[in-house]
Design a protein. Structure first.
Length: 588
């Protein structure tokens, strides 16, 4: 469906033309004086210069030309030349009926679908998930859903960090504990067991232990670095251990992400792309892009317009080892080969921006991507505690994701139990669903690039700009619709009638904005704009609800119309919530 604002603008263009003025002056915007009008057009002011006339004369002529309009009502020219507009109530309700009939609520799919890869999550295998990974998962998941809803082919890749020193540390610690295992015997040529020689609980304990030891004991650290090197050189037993570590950890990660309503199409990692490195590096050398500098292999990527120093992109260290950049470049090679993306979006902590500037420039310079492949860094800010400093546990340690989520759930449970009597089981179930909305909305309602303060109390509140407030609104609608059904009501074929009062019209206008909001949300990959929209929509609905009787409406047709308006409000809210990655319970 065309956007409401575009329809209004077209109507104004015709009126300008009919009055003898150029349609380019007809641009319409939302009113900044909602007490006077809903939309406004200031074009007469600009046109006055071209036509050497008083703006009010032009405005008057345009208003006259609007005589008989089906789209607008209460059109007024006011000094010095503004045109104040309201949308015609009948036209507005027919627009909403169009939305009701359309399964996409009037938001059209793109006619130029692209293949878009989203690189998000980025957990490091065997290390606990921390709050930074939470942001990547929440934002990335939403961006993925937004792009998919726009009609693109979208592939989400978790891009595991499974190629670093943590692997060597785990191997070293395992060797210390179970030296007899075949994995450590270099002479062994047989098969290795299917079963991992550790559980997830052990693995979670092994990494911090090993990491602690390596900080105290230089020879232990040396051993871990050696093990990492041998693993990366392909030592059989270590490769087999890597597989076990991956299997055990990925199973656990999948559980954790499922609890967050986050899922990935690809579970690839840094280790998967290592085979691409030798050829990629060879080609960079052959084509003269890479050169030696202080023993390391680098690619220069400075550009004339740089205002700050962009260091060369390092491809191989002097000992021949590859780096984080090398792995990201090889990942681009693999992605281009297997998936031919038109665009790759990286949802990563903004402190890694320079790394991505280097990777993107190097990929372009060395021809790893085609000229029109878009590489986009979507950097997010830090989640801080109430003191404005990076989030810590009460004891001052790095905040693990699990703790943070259980903090939220605990607080949510308390609030829910206070709200009405219910069984322990039901309360826990609801707390989980509402808690997730609190975390996700709390995060997504901020522009991604900004730092924000994680405030358990505020996020779990049912009032204000929060996830639970949105859920309360949806649950309120659901319960009215349920009651209506129980009373034997049936409005499936009913149409939304012309609005009767201001708050009803305001709700209708919010609903009609849906396609225009979504278009902008996709363009900017900006989930926070969905939050801002549903907050406005929920407010408009609640105002309407408080001023209007719904089930008590006398006139049958009017009652049905209001029910259909509720159905539409619920669908728009639920569609938006789904794009943000959370849902509402049946009751709260
Ligand atoms: N594993 C990395 C980290 O924890 C994030 C990975 C981001 N994605 C990428 N392609 N580099 O910091």
């Amino acid at each position: 469906m065309k956007k409401l604002l575009d329809l209004i603008t077209e109507e104004m263009e015709q009126a300008f033309a009919k009055a003898g003025y150029d349609g380019k002056y007809a641009r319409v915007t939302l009113s900044n004086r909602p007490d006077l009008c809903e939309y406004q057009c200031n074009g007469a002011m600009a046109a006055a210069k071209e036509y050497h006339k008083a703006p009010i004369m032009i405005a008057d002529a345009v208003v006259e030309a609007l005589e008989g309009t089906r789209i607008l009502q209460d059109v007024q020219a006011v000094n010095p030349g503004f045109i104040n507009l309201k949308v015609n109530a009948e036209f507005l309700s027919s627009y909403l009926n169009g939305m009701l009939e359309d399964e996409r609520l009037g938001y059209e799919k793109t006619d130029a679908p692209e293949t878009i890869m989203i690189d998000y999550g980025g957990p490091n295998v065997a290390k606990p998930l921390h709050v930074g990974h939470l942001r990547s998962a929440i934002i990335g998941e939403s961006v993925k859903r937004i792009a998919r809803f726009a009609g693109h082919r979208v592939i989400g890749d978790v891009h595991l960090g499974d190629w670093g020193l943590q692997m060597g540390l785990i191997i070293t610690e395992l060797k210390e504990r179970k030296p007899g295992l075949g994995y450590f015997d270099e002479a062994y040529e047989g098969d290795y067991p299917e079963e991992a020689p550790f559980t997830i609980a052990e693995l979670e304990e092994i990494y911090p232990t090993a990491s602690g030891k390596s900080k105290e004991d230089a020879s232990y650290k040396e051993a871990a670095m050696q093990a990492t090197f041998q693993l990366q050189q392909g030592r059989r037993g270590y490769q087999a251990l890597l597989k076990h570590i991956l299997n055990v950890s990925v199973a656990d990660l999948k559980r954790n992400y499922a609890n967050l309503n986050v899922d990935f199409d690809l579970w690839k990692g840094e280790s998967d792309v290592q085979p691409y490195i030798p050829d990629m590096v060879q080609e960079m050398r052959d084509k003269g892009y890479a050169h030696m500098s202080d023993g390391a292999l680098v690619v220069d990527i400075r550009e004339e317009s740089d205002t700050k120093e962009v260091p060369p992109c390092m491809i191989l260290k002097s000992d021949g080892a590859s780096l984080y950049t090398t792995t990201d470049l090889a990942t681009i090679v693999e992605r281009m080969k297997l998936y031919h993306p038109d665009r790759i979006v990286y949802v990563v902590d903004k402190r890694q921006e320079m790394h991505f500037v280097q990777v993107f420039r190097c990929a372009r310079k060395c021809g790893l991507v085609t000229e029109d492949t878009r590489l986009q860094f979507l950097g997010f800010g830090t989640m801080n505690g109430k003191d404005g400093k990076p989030f810590k546990t009460r004891e001052g340690g790095v905040m693990r994701l699990q703790y943070l989520l259980s903090d939220i759930n605990e607080e949510m449970l308390k609030k829910i139990q206070e709200s009405r009597p219910m069984s322990e089981e039901e309360a826990e179930e609801i707390a989980k669903v509402v808690g997730l909305s609190a975390v996700k909305y709390g995060d997504l309602s901020n522009q991604a690039s900004k730092d924000y303060i994680f405030d358990v109390d505020r996020f779990t509140s049912s009032e204000g700009n929060t996830g639970p407030y949105i859920l309360y609104t949806v649950v309120r609608i659901k319960s009215i619709l349920k009651k209506y059904g129980e009373q034997g009501g049936e409005a499936a074929d009913a149409r939304i009638m012309e609005c009767e009062n201001e708050s009803e019209k305001a709700l209708m206008r919010e609903l009609a904005r849906f396609n225009s909001v979504m278009e902008n949300v996709y363009e900017e990959l900006a989930p926070h704009k969905i939050c801002a929209y549903i907050y406005d929509l929920a407010n408009a609905f609640n105002r309407f609800y408080h001023e209007t009787s719904i089930l008590g409406t006398e006139e049958e047709a009017r009652k049905h119309s209001r029910i259909r308006l509720l159905v539409l409000t619920r669908r728009v809210l639920e569609t938006c919530m789904d794009l943000l990655g959370f849902e509402a319970p049946e009751r709260m």
